[in-house]
Design a protein around this ligand. Structure first.
Ligand SMILES: [Fe+2]
Ligand SMILES: [Fe+2]
Length: 403
């Protein structure tokens, strides 16, 4: 026992290699360790004493307070989260997560006897079901697993046709912008995944699939830019400002609305226009595969927003806040899209070449209206009526053409 005390007393936390702040961070880590040392000893002491006596606890074999004997039946798809959640013990999701469950304790496990012993993870701030739930999450999770694909070998890279330089430049510029977007689309769910207690495990699991999807997307567009012998082109500084604002979203639902409904909704509408934008069958296949993935993310965000507006304890306040938030998000997204690095390559691809950029812009103006209408439909579905107040406006090009 004394040896163990000495070992813990001498335990050195691992050094952190973080930009020249190692000393400071290591000292803070040691201080936190000192604060919790007594707690850890309280766990270590009885366990070691029991082992020294050669006796066993076997408390874990006591099933009181658990759901021992629950047998779940697979459905035609196999054994899904939906099948598990038909059992009351495992499928009852808390409306509000108490502090003693703000950690990684699995829903349905025997955890109440330990509630005074469990730590609170301070980062786990999304404790209310109305603040993150989406009823379609388990179905989308199953679909995400079934539809994973591999950008290394599922795209026929060796069949990519050589395009005239103007079209290849436009394809590469679009791929550059899409790569930039995909980083944001993965980083946002990653940031929030660690803020969600294990109680909402289906949401955590779905966000993990979204993170993987976005990794594959940034991979496929990076590869597309290089595969045609062109390469990555210009970044979009305005988009970086919009992304920074999105990452700073105050709540998960507000950020998910910004990312999934507006941002990914835009991408979804653009990919649907793949027939007009893709100048090779390889590009068409890339858009088709990404479209399937984005449709899941958009569906998740839409139903999460609906859940938020329907179940928030103060619905009027929730609706007013979302409108204030949307006033900003719509401006940021539309301003990012108006940049020449986005609109002009779309116009060149739509028109079929730099000489046809004017007629291409007419096509882009049409696409802009489709993007806006599909976005408004998603908002309608979620219960956020933006039709009369939407900040997207007309594409200035279209206004000029109509004058
Ligand atoms: Fe994506
Ligand atoms: Fe996405």
């Amino acid at each position: 026992m004394a040896d163990l005390r000495d070992t813990i007393a001498r335990l050195d936390p691992p050094p952190l290699a973080t930009h020249g702040r190692e000393e400071e961070l290591c000292a803070a880590y040691e201080a936190a360790f000192e604060e919790d040392r007594e707690t850890w000893l309280e766990f270590a002491t009885p366990a070691v004493e029991r082992l020294e006596k050669g006796s066993f606890s076997l408390e874990w074999m006591n099933t009181d307070g658990g759901a021992w004997g629950t047998k779940v039946k697979p459905s035609s798809r196999g054994l899904t989260f939906m099948d598990l959640n038909r059992s009351k013990a495992y499928g009852t999701i808390a409306d509000s997560v108490p502090d003693h469950h703000r950690n990684l304790t699995p829903r349905g496990s025997i955890r109440d006897p330990y509630k005074d012993q469990l730590p609170v993870y301070d980062d786990f701030v999304v404790t209310e079901k109305w603040d993150l739930w989406a009823d379609n999450v388990s179905t989308l999770y199953e679909e995400a697993k079934a539809r994973q694909w591999n950008a290394t070998k599922d795209i026929a890279w060796d069949e990519l046709e050589t395009l005239p330089e103007d079209l290849e430049k436009a394809a590469c510029q679009l791929a550059t912008f899409l790569t930039e977007i995909e980083f944001l689309a993965g980083d946002f769910p990653a940031k929030w995944m660690y803020r969600i207690p294990a109680e909402f495990l289906e949401i955590k699991a779905f966000l993990a699939t979204q993170i993987m999807d976005e990794a594959r997307h940034l991979e496929v567009f990076r590869k597309r830019a290089l595969a045609g012998g062109g390469g990555l082109l210009h970044v979009n500084p305005m988009f970086e400002w919009a992304s920074k604002a999105l990452m700073a979203s105050p709540t998960h639902t507000s950020g998910a609305y910004f990312l999934n409904l507006i941002g990914e909704g835009f991408i979804l509408s653009v990919f649907r226009g793949g027939e007009f934008l893709a100048r090779t069958h390889v590009d068409r296949e890339i858009f088709r595969r990404c479209l399937q993935d984005e449709a899941r993310h958009v569906a998740f965000g839409t139903i999460e927003l609906k859940n938020y507006l329907e179940h928030h304890p103060r619905p009027d306040q929730a609706l007013a806040l979302m409108h204030r938030y949307a006033d900003i998000a719509e401006v940021l997204v539309s301003t990012s899209i108006l940049q020449p690095v986005v609109l002009e390559p779309l116009a060149v691809l739509m028109g079929g070449g730099i000489d046809e950029i004017d007629s291409g812009m007419d096509g882009v103006a049409f696409l802009w209206d489709v993007v806006k209408e599909e976005y408004l439909q998603r908002c309608d579905r979620a219960g956020l009526y933006r039709r009369d107040v939407c900040k997207f406006g007309e594409l200035p090009w279209k206004a000029a053409v109509n004058r």
